[in-house]
Structures are given as C-alpha cells and as structure tokens.
Design a protein around this ligand. Sequence first.
Ligand code: PLP
Length: 245
Amino acid sequence: MADAALVAFSVPDLGEDAIEAVVDAIRSTWLTTGPRAEPFEREFQAYLGAAHALAVNSCTAAMHLALAALGVGPGDEVITTPLTFCATVNVILQVGATPVLADIGEELNLDPTRVEAMITPRTKAILPVHYGGLPCRMQEIWALAEKHGLKVIEDGAHAAGAEYRRRKIDTGPSDSVHFIPIPLHPYYRRTLELRDPCERALAEYPRLVSLPIYSKMTDAEVERVIEAVRGVVEAGRRKAVAAGL
Ligand SMILES: Cc1ncc(COP(=O)(O)O)c(C=O)c1O
C-alpha cells in the first residue's frame, strides 16, 4: 500500500480507452505482433513525419535493433552520454561493442565538442539521449557524424513528441527520470574505461532534483511539492548565509 502521506513520484497517464485496448488485444489472443500493431505504426509514423515506424516492446529493444541493423558489433565503439538510464549503455554492450562516454554540456545533454574528442578509428556510431525530453544539439551531432562517417541512433525514451527544428524526435514513451550517472554504477566503474572524466555530469548529479509532475496530481499534491521545494531553497539559503556567502 502506498503511504498516503507521500506524493507518488510518477503515475502513468493511462486512460480507460488505453486499458480497454490492451484488454481487447489480450482477448483477441494476438499476444505478439497482431492487427493493432500496423495501424499504430502508420499513425505514429504520420505523427512523427518519419519515413518508417516499427513498433517494438520497449525503447531498449528499439535501440538494440537499430544497433544490430546498422551492423555495430565487436571491435566497434559507440559514443554516448554519462547521464542516462543503464539501458542506453547496455544495448551497446549487448551487441558486443564498447560504450565510450563523452561529457554533457550545460543543458545536460551530450556536448558535441566532447563527442568529437572521443572519436577514434573504431567509432561506429553516436547515441545521444534527449534527456528529460530536451532535444540534443542534433545539428552539431549530425555534422560530426557526416564528417567522420558515423551513424546516429537517438535514445528518445523521454522525448516522444518533442521537436528539434520542426522535426519530431523519434521513439519512446515519456516518463519521470532521475539517473545515477553511468560512471557511478559499481558495474560500469569496474568494466568501462573512462576516457572522458565526465566532470560536468558528476558535478551536476548531486545538484539535480527531480520533481513529480504528472497529469493525475491533485492540487493538494502540487501544493505539497511546492512547499517541499520552498523548504529546500530556504534551508540552502540559510546555509549560505551562515557560511557568509
Ligand atoms: C534514457 C532512457 N533510455 C532507455 C530507457 C529504456 O526504456 P524501456 O524501459 O522502454 O526499454 C529508459 C527508461 O527509463 C530511459 O530513461
């Protein structure tokens, strides 16, 4: 049972029509790619203005499929961000390639300058993540890809519906996010060589606060979050004053 005194961090916005559609699909006995997938793909493709759309079960599957389809494999390197969910790095490992982290810029997305510094003759692709739905500096990333003959696979897990220069970002359902940077996970600390120290990602992480924001929040819950934020800001202010800052 959820504690009534707590505000849930994230509640998915699932309407009755969506729930009924899932129940209908299960009742129809089509548990894998069935007759609902194709109309969904067509609608999503039209919504994105993309050349193609292919429904898969998750963003992880989509990224894995894209890497495999592009022939990324053992001996190849893929440059990605330290500030992401582990799936972004895991799909690179899953195809046998090496994830190479490049630090973030001030907007918390991959910094194209740091990406360029990480390119080696083994680099095959760049995998930017549109963190929290904010599109990356794609113009610069595409230019790098063009210059060095690299593929670009975008992790759009947070960014369905987000737009970059009038182009919709591909893939992915959006949800609340709060990540421990990849270099701080014990497994990756042991196994990933950190060529870029990712100092900005590590410095930003303790300063990041993720707030609950979703359509089902009540006004009372919104007020509680505002109060909590005020409390944190006030405590920080008092600490700064006490330290003579
Ligand atoms: C940035 C990012 N990429 C990939 C994923 C994986 O998405 P899925 O659970 O749909 O595989 C997530 C999930 O939180 C994510 O936040």
